[in-house]
Design a protein around this ligand. Structure first.
Ligand code: HEC
Length: 101
């Protein structure tokens, strides 16, 4: 019984850490945890469009990025329940940094 509970506990912990970055995670950590699967770890794109230098997102406003991230877009899920305001700001700062802006 005990080992089973332990395994279940670990699974719950693991699934939480996938959907919710640490409170003090950097923008890069948040990106790698939540976004890299679909947009690639270097923002060059994959399942989702590229987000790096020269991409559509590079020419769009912060509000556009916020809207896409918090509401979801097409096949992209909403991250409203995973990110607070400060984390969202750090994430967008990181994306801007990689875009060279
Ligand atoms: C499950 C895959 C997936 C994940 C995870 C994901 N995205 Fe996306 N994202 C997509 C897809 C697919 C689109 C294109 C949506 C459409 O227009 O149909 C997209 C679109 C976008 C757009 C709009 C760009 C454009 O050119 O239309 C932005 C900005 C974006 N994603 C940022 C992020 C960020 C930041 C994260 C992490 C918080 C993230 N995405 C996580 C799949 C994903």
């Amino acid at each position: 019984m005990r080992p089973l509970l332990f395994v279940l506990g670990m699974l719950v912990l693991a699934s939480c850490s996938v959907s919710r970055p640490a409170e003090d995670a950097t923008g890069e950590e948040i990106y790698q945890q939540l976004c890299a699967n679909c947009h690639a770890s270097d923002l060059s794109g994959g399942v989702g469009p590229p987000l790096g230098p020269g991409s559509l997102s590079a020419s769009e406003s912060d509000e556009f990025l916020e809207f896409a991230i918090m509401n979801g877009r097409g096949r992209m899920p909403s991250f409203e329940s995973s990110l607070n305001e400060a984390q969202l700001d750090r994430l967008i700062d990181y994306i801007r940094e990689v875009q060279g802006q």
